[in-house]
Design a protein around this ligand. Structure first.
Ligand code: E4P
Length: 217
């Protein structure tokens, strides 16, 4: 299972990279705005900075919602750096754009996916990644993890190569459950990864080992 971090914050990306388990980064326009990254050129420069920190894929989202605009933006983003994956929204024009990018060797992440039908369509169009937003489904009392299971079943039925990128992961249990369900990737905040480290018995056990060592040394 690949671990992506869902942020445009360079310090957090560096921290996750330093842990040695980071496989990529996802961003979106809201995350860029949160870091105060505005203006076309600054946004592009920021993507390159992220690519220079991590070894893996970096999702960069198009803003256009028409096919021509998405293609123009996506091609420019893909040219920025070989690690860039073009993030395209799950809309009709988006599916056409994903098909175009797939036919032209540009990798894509189909974002804002909330149903198995949308995920099926994204795979048919040749998306590299599909991003079901599990946290946002949970927010409206719908089973986000259940969607991961449904998509896994469908993709396995037909051996689709599209990778399931569990997005909108909010906490450590989401990460674990996604791993059990066979999501290929998860993207979440740094805290969702660091939470995997924690167990009180580890802390108690380590304190005891160190105490006993000190007694004899
Ligand atoms: C996915 O790529 C999105 O950036 C992200 O996971 C959305 O998460 P949120 O629902 O916590 O905003």
């Amino acid at each position: 299972m690949k671990f992506f971090i869902d942020t445009a914050n360079l310090d957090q990306i560096k921290e996750a990279q330093a842990l040695g388990v980071l496989d990529g980064v996802t961003t979106n326009p809201s995350l860029m705005a949160k870091e105060g990254i505005t203006g076309h050129d600054n946004i592009l420069k920021h993507y390159v900075k992220i690519c220079n920190i991590v070894d893996g894929d970096v999702s960069a989202e198009v803003i256009s919602t028409d096919l021509k605009g998405m293609i123009k933006e996506g091609e420019a983003l893909a040219e920025l750096h070989p690690q860039i994956v073009v993030k395209v929204p799950m809309i009709k024009e988006g599916i056409k754009a994903i098909k175009y990018f797939s036919d032209n060797g540009i990798r894509t992440n189909c974002t804002l996916v909330f149903s198995a039908g949308q995920a099926l369509l994204a795979a048919k169009a040749g998306a590299t990644y599909v991003s079901p937003f599990i946290g946002r489904l949970d927010d409206i009392s719908t089973d986000g993890l259940g969607l991961i299971a449904e998509i896994r079943l469908i993709y396995d039925n037909y051996a689709f190569e599209t990778q399931i990128l569990a997005a909108s992961v909010r906490h450590t249990m989401h990460v674990l459950e996604c791993a059990k369900l066979g999501a290929d990737v998860m993207t979440g905040p740094l805290s969702s990864i660091e939470g995997l480290l924690k167990h009180p018995l580890t802390d108690i056990g380590l304190a005891k080992f160190l105490e006993d060592y000190k007694k004899g040394n």
